[in-house]
Design a protein around this ligand. Sequence first.
Ligand code: ACO
Length: 402
Amino acid sequence: IEIKSLRADTGGLITLDPGYKNTGSCKSAITFLNGEKGILRYRGYSIEELADKASFLEVAYLLIFGELPTQEQLDKLYKDIKKESHVDEEMKKILDGFPKSAHPMGVLSSLTSALIAFNPSAVNVDSDEEMYNAIIKLLAKFPVLVAWTLRKKNGQPLDYGDSSLGYVDNILKMMFKSPHEEHYDLDPVVSSALNKLLILHADHEQNCSTSTVRIVGSSHAGLFASISAGISALWGPLHGGANQAVIEMLENIKQDGGDSKKYMGKAKDKEDPFRLMGFGHRVYKNFDPRAKIIKKSADQVLEQLGVEDPVLDIAKGLEKEALEDSYFVDRKLYPNVDFYSGIIYRALGIPTEMFTVMFALGRLPGWIAQWREMRLEKEPIGRPRQVYTGENLREFKDISKR
Ligand code: ACO
């Protein structure tokens, strides 16, 4: 492309960077990521330490408000969340309108958008108090929607959970309490594994869905509308939808006789659209630190729960083969966060179609933090330019002469 054509009509120079591979869209103090060295930190704290020692709600506070909370701050946050955890009964009618076969990500994005109608005060966030209230409402109601999405899929009555439980345990109860049983017995292994997974997914700087949240939010469309858009962006198999696609791929390999080499061959064949799902990352070019933690965790969770999953062996085999294959080595393609997460979700009893919903649940605090930062920094509306490659001025022809 000639430099001349990179000039906007106004005479300014336009940089062309499809996929924004080298373009920073904002300044941010939330998440630090070094793709070459495989470093990920939230507000300066290493992901390894947070996944090991923190609770998901502490991490949410850290991401959104910038510091790890004191016990008092954490208690207040959770008290405020509990007060807002009711979802308008009319929302159940909207959920009812979806067929049971609807993909949970479509349902979640629609319900999140529908929340606006029942919480109109959360749209204008001109004061700190209004912004705080909108954030609390979403942190409170989003897990309810996630649980409803699953229960709808399973044909179970909807539930509100138990406010005496912690944030993550309450989510588990809302999702999994059987309608036929009085009590829900929390399994500490499940609870700890979910806590870790949610933390690992909580933020990842300017990825596709987060950039979507920021750009939609930059038009002042409101928090809920921005997050609903982020959910749609996350849904795609090249992004968050990869966790579902990975398990489906591993299942296919298993049913096809377990010949992973055949699928490696397909992934390398440029005529074949097949890609090895869960491999590759735009930024990580040596390893994804989250994948390292998740791989170890998958082993532990399966062992602790006494689950034997042959798909884990296929996954490990694929990883080993890829690490020795020049196609993957040359392109620096390593397992990403989604390669092993599905195996854990499955062991926890979460249906495959819900995997990306679980990702959204984890990513919610990051989206909120990024949206809040964008609004507090008074960022201008996001509006990229383009390089026009179409026709020059043409004369209009009447339809009879075309
Ligand atoms: N399998 C086979 N080849 C691959 C894969 C893969 N999974 N990923 C990338 N490649 C190849 C490409 O074909 C390309 O090869 P070429 O140079 O010969 O043309 C090269 O590696 C570079 O790939 P790009 O698509 O240009 O890399 P990009 O940074 O645009 O894409 C992405 C990154 C989308 C993650 C890609 O690696 C991919 O599609 N992976 C599979 C889906 C996936 O796991 N997504 C989850 C990402 S993590 C997350 O969002 C939470």
